[in-house]
Design a protein. Structure first.
Length: 243
């Protein structure tokens, strides 16, 4: 598989806290995700999965090592440039969703587009389409606090997929979903990746990891195992079966 590398992490470490409180959340992680590739990250609680995603999404910078998204070396960008990278290119489904409670579902999904200068009308049309892909078009005017956990989670997924996101990061996006809705969300994510985005998905669920081209296992901040290399004929076969 020779698609361009969208995300590259090289010898990445991340130390949280200082002195006696120091936590080595990542210790020398190497990872590449190409366009059209979906990589699942699995590992026990505290193994560094969310830390890894935060670094990949430019929400955080490594203590040492490099993280590049497209051509941008995230560690050398200033905060403003990192914010721009996130707004324009990175879709993020946070583990705790991070929806804005004062905004409706539609307004939450519209927000990244409007922040990036889209006209209100175009942003609305795109956001409506994104809500429809997760089956929530009829709840567009509902506030997150008036939704079930699974519905709010789907709003967060729509927000991550709206617009031309090149890198989609999802931290347990199916955690609050029943199995049918979880499968539907995985299908949407897979379609977006097949259309050319790079995807990194944290999951505890082997059935959802099975949608990925590769699984990376983390333990104590180290990649301890990784299934296969890039997508081979086997995974194409799986994809054909899923389609
Ligand atoms: N802001 C922080 N300050 C201090 N320590 C932190 C911080 N964020 C994470 N850590 C620590 O870093 C380690 C990795 O945390 P991380 O959130 O990446 O784990 P995780 O694999 O996502 O876990 P979970 O499955 O529970 O979400 C943990 O030991 C955690 O306590
Ligand atoms: Mg986490």
């Amino acid at each position: 598989m020779n698609a361009p590398v969208m995300l590259r992490m090289t010898s990445v470490t991340r130390v949280h806290g200082q002195g006696a409180a120091e936590v080595h959340a990542l210790r020398g992680v190497d990872l590449e995700v190409r366009m059209g590739e979906l990589v699942a990250v699995m590992g026990p609680s505290g193994s560094g999965k969310s830390t890894l995603l935060n670094l990949a999404g430019g929400l955080d910078t490594p203590t040492s090592g490099t993280v590049t998204v497209g051509r941008d070396d995230v560690g050398t960008l200033d905060a403003k440039a990192r914010a721009r990278l996130r707004r324009k290119h990175v879709g993020y489904v946070f583990q705790d969703l991070n929806l804005v409670p004062a905004l409706t579902a539609l307004e939450n999904v519209t927000l990244p587009l409007e922040l990036d200068g889209s006209s209100a009308r175009r942003a609305r049309a795109k956001a409506t389409a994104a809500l429809a892909t997760v089956g929530l078009d009829d709840l567009a005017d509902r506030f997150p606090d008036d939704m079930s956990g699974g519905q709010a989670q789907r709003v967060a997924i729509a927000r991550a997929l709206v617009g031309p996101r090149r890198l989609v990061l999802a931290d347990e996006p199916t955690g609050a979903l029943d199995s049918v809705t979880g499968e539907a969300v995985m299908r949407v994510l897979r379609q977006r990746v097949d259309a050319g985005a790079a995807g990194l998905l944290v999951t505890h669920d082997a059935r959802h990891a099975a949608w990925a081209d590769r699984i990376v296992f983390l333990r104590d901040g180290v990649v301890i195992d990784s299934t296969g290399a890039a997508a081979g004929p086997d995974s194409l076969l799986h994809r054909a079966v899923r389609a």
